[in-house]
Ligand binder design. Structure first.
Ligand SMILES: O=C(O)COP(=O)(O)O
Ligand SMILES: [Mg+2]
Length: 226
């Protein structure tokens, strides 16, 4: 029997339910049964994809914080400094704005490099303050991410592939937004779900007819054993 190709899966917009918030439960069985490495590559803080791997019952291979934190299964690499992003958050608050996640802020609580801001907060002042600190703001459609311009998901995927021992060119990636473009550029086959933003659609080898997890499930069905 042929092994399944390595997979690189984004989370929000890609493993999520087409009609509601949260992971689509239909993805759990196919990824648990997948006969090849699976990298979860997300903009979320490190504990979120780790928990996803844990509860899905798959090895922990994780790119978190858009490449700011990379876990090869043996080593954690923190590839950006949190100080500048924290300084941006402080200046944004000093200017009278809020990160938008409430007092305990579980979105940023465990972040090690970036800061995420709710999309209901004003973007322009955030962009200006970030630029003053030499940082960029990436809009994933789920949050504004204030980050160092250097780390990205694709570099994290390459680092994990080297460690695990697969060729990124053999990997299949599915994603939905601009933060997946770097992933698409390092894998052999890339798919944007139908709900993807224009950057992801332009960068993908193929734009799927189906949205969210429906699209991802269709890809898994198609590439299994290939
Ligand atoms: O954290 C986000 O804003 C988006 O997360 P994702 O990269 O898993 O889609
Ligand atoms: Mg996404």
């Amino acid at each position: 029997m042929t092994a399944d190709p390595p997979l690189v899966l984004d989370v929000d917009g890609t493993l999520t339910r087409p009609d509601a918030w949260g992971i689509d439960p239909r993805i759990f069985d196919p990824i648990r049964e997948w006969d090849g490495p699976i990298v979860i590559a997300t903009g979320k803080a490190f504990p979120y994809p780790i928990a996803l791997c844990h509860f899905a019952g798959i090895p922990e291979l994780v790119v978190a914080e858009n490449g700011g934190v990379v876990y090869t299964g043996d080593d954690v690499f923190v590839t950006a400094d949190r100080a500048a992003a924290r300084a941006v958050a402080e200046a944004y608050r000093d200017a009278g704005y809020s990160l938008g996640w409430g007092d305990e802020d579980t979105v940023n609580r465990w972040r090690e490099t970036e800061v995420a801001v709710s999309r209901d907060q004003p973007l322009e002042p955030l962009r200006e303050i970030a630029a003053d600190h030499g940082l960029e703001v990436v809009d994933t459609g789920y949050a504004y991410h204030v980050k160092d311009t250097t780390p990205n998901k694709g570099d994290g995927v390459v680092r994990i592939a080297e460690h695990v021992g697969f060729d990124p060119g053999d990997a299949v990636a599915v994603g939905d937004s601009v933060n997946d473009v770097s992933t698409f550029s390092v894998v052999g086959r890339s798919f944007a779900v139908a709900n993807a933003d224009d950057d992801a659609k332009d960068a993908a080898d193929e734009v799927l007819e189906d949205a969210h997890a429906d699209g991802t499930l269709a890809v898994l069905e198609r590439v299994r054993g290939s």
